[in-house]
Design a binder for this molecule. Structure first.
Ligand code: ADP
Length: 424
C-alpha cells in the first residue's frame, strides 16, 4: 500500500473524474472512490480522490460527508487535502463550498485556505476576484440560467461571504504575476488581518503553477480541478513523491465494447451522428416505444450484436423530440426510464463479454457505474480534457469505462476513445 500524499474530496462524480484525469497527466497512479469507502483504506495511491454527490446538498449533509471523507483520507496517510468544486463555483447563498471548507479547516486545525476555481484550458478564469466563462463574466454566461445553481454574481468574494463565518480576501493577478514569494507574503498579510478565506486570481496555467508553488504545503487548498495539475511535479521535487511511485494503470482490456448514450447535449447529438456515419451498428431508444414495450426489444437486439463492432445504443435526441416525449408521457419520469434501460444494457453487455463501456451523460454515467457495482477506479489516459479512461472490476471482470458528461469531447469521441486506450 502506497501512502497517500494528497487527499481530494470532489463535490460530484464527473468533477471527480475531471480532477483525477488532470492529476493522471503526471503519469502517477490516481485512485477514484465513488462515495465514502465503507472499509478502511487498502490498495491506496499517492493521489486519492473521493467523489461525493453533494453539490446541491443541504449544508449539514455536505459537511458531514466531507468530514467522513477527510477521516478516510487521513487514515490513508494524507496530510494535504484538496476540496474540489466546479470551475463555475456552482452554489447558492445557502451553498456548501464555504461551509465545507470551514469544517475541513476546523478538523485540520488550520486558519487559512485559498479559493481558485480557474481552469484556463476550459476558458474559466479569475481576474480581480471575478470569474469569467470565456469572455463573459459568470453572471452573463449561460450559468445565469442553470436550473439548480443559477449564478447571478461573478464576484467570488461576494459569493463566498454569505457562506462563511470568517473574513474573505483577495490576492489579485498583479500579485500572482510577481511569483510565489509575493503570493506567500500576501497570504501572511491576510493572516495577520485574520482573513481566513483567500480568493486568488488566475488567468493562465502559469498562474496556477505560481499558486500551487506558493500553497503546496497548506493543509487545505480549494478550487477547480486545474489547480492540482502542477502538484505532482512539485511533490516530486520536494521528495514527497517517490520517483518510482506507482504509475497510471494500464491493464489489458479485451476489445468487446458497448457505447451507451443518454445525453441530449448538442455535442452528444453530433457525436452520435458522427459515430452512426462510420457504419457502426446502432439502436435508437425511443422513450414512447420504450414506455410501451419495456426493455426486451433493446436487450434482444443487444444479444444479437457482435461486440467487437462496438455497437451503440442511444436515447440521444434533439431538444424538440425531448420536449415532445416529455409532453406525451406526462408524469412518467422519462429520464429514470432511460437511465434504468441503459444501466441494464450495460449489465447485459458485460455479461455477454463487453469489457469496454463508453457512456455519454453525467446522470447516465452515474446509473451505469451504480449498476456495474463499481466502487474504486484507477485513472488512465485522457481521451479529451476532463474525460479519462478509467479501470475497474465489475463482477470479477477487468473493465475499462469512458464516462463523458454532456458537452465534453470532440465529434469523433466514440471512435477515438478505443484508439487512445489501445495506443497510450
Ligand atoms: P448530460 O451530461 O448531457 O446532462 P445526463 O445523462 O446527465 O446527460 O442527462 C440526460 C438526461 O436526459 C438523462 O436523465 C436521460 O435519461 C434523459 N434522456 C435521454 N434521452 C432522452 C429523450 N430522448 N427524451 C427525454 N429524456 C431523455
Amino acid at each position: 500500500m502506497t501512502g497517500t500524499i494528497l487527499g481530494c474530496i470532489a463535490d460530484d462524480f464527473t468533477g471527480a473524474t475531471d480532477l483525477a484525469g488532470l492529476l493522471a497527466r503526471s503519469g502517477v497512479r490516481i485512485s477514484l472512490r465513488i462515495g465514502i469507502p465503507q472499509s478502511p483504506p487498502t490498495d491506496t495511491s499517492p493521489f486519492e480522490v473521493i467523489a461525493l454527490k453533494s453539490r446541491t446538498a443541504p449544508v449539514a449533509d455536505a459537511v458531514a460527508e466531507a468530514r467522513a471523507a477527510l477521516v478516510w483520507l487521513q487514515a490513508a496517510g494524507a496530510q494535504r487535502f484538496f476540496w474540489k468544486y466546479c470551475s463555475t463555483f456552482d452554489s447558492t447563498p445557502e451553498g456548501n463550498i464555504g461551509p465545507v471548507a470551514e469544517a475541513l479547516m476546523a478538523e485540520l486545525g488550520c486558519d487559512q485556505t485559498i479559493y481558485c476555481p480557474a481552469f484556463p484550458e476550459n476558458k474559466r478564469t479569475v481576474f480581480m476576484g471575478n470569474l469569467f466563462v470565456g469572455q463573459q463574466p459568470l453572471s452573463e454566461s449561460p450559468m445565469k440560467d442553470h436550473p439548480l445553481t443559477p449564478m447571478r454574481d461573478s464576484n467570488l468574494m461576494r459569493l463566498l461571504e454569505p457562506q462563511v463565518k470568517r473574513s474573505v480576501g483577495l490576492i489579485d493577478r498583479l500579485s500572482v504575476a510577481r511569483g510565489p514569494e509575493t503570493v506567500r507574503n500576501a497570504l501572511s498579510d491576510h493572516k495577520a488581518n485574520d482573513v481566513a478565506h483567500v480568493v486568488i486570481d488566475a488567468v493562465a496555467d502559469a498562474d496556477l503553477e505560481v499558486i500551487a508553488h506558493a500553497c503546496r504545503d497548506l493543509p487545505l487548498i480549494t478550487g477547480g480541478s486545474a489547480l492540482t495539475m502542477p502538484l505532482p511535479a512539485l511533490y516530486l521535487a520536494d521528495g514527497l513523491l517517490a520517483a518510482d511511485a506507482p504509475k497510471t494503470a494500464k491493464p489489458t482490456v479485451a476489445q468487446e465494447t458497448i457505447v451507451l448514450s443518454g445525453s441530449c447535449s448538442a455535442m452528444t447529438n453530433a457525436q452520435v451522428a458522427a459515430y452512426r456515419a462510420t457504419g457502426a451498428p446502432s439502436y435508437k431508444l425511443d422513450p414512447l416505444t420504450l414506455a410501451e414495450t419495456g426493455q426486451s426489444p433493446v436487450l434482444t437486439w443487444l444479444a444479437a450484436q457482435d461486440l467487437t463492432q462496438a455497437p451503440l445504443i442511444y436515447a440521444t435526441a434533439d431538444p424538440a423530440s425531448v420536449t415532445a416525449a416529455q409532453q406525451a408521457l406526462g408524469a412518467t419520469d422519462i429520464g429514470a426510464l432511460i437511465e434504468d434501460t441503459l444501466a441494464n444494457c450495460a449489465i447485459a453487455a458485460r455479461d455477454a463479454g463487453a469489457r469496454r463501456i463508453i457512456v455519454a451523460g453525467g446522470e447516465t454515467s452515474g446509473a451505469v457505474t451504480k449498476a456495474l457495482g463499481v466502487a474504486q477506479l484507477d485513472i488512465g489516459a485522457e481521451i479529451a480534457p476532463g474525460v479519462p479512461w478509467i479501470f475497474c472490476t465489475s463482477d470479477g471482470h477487468q473493465m475499462a469505462l469512458a464516462l463523458k458528461s454532456g458537452n465534453f469531447g470532440d465529434e469523433d469521441f466514440f471512435s477515438a476513445a478505443p484508439v487512445i486506450l489501445d495506443t497510450q
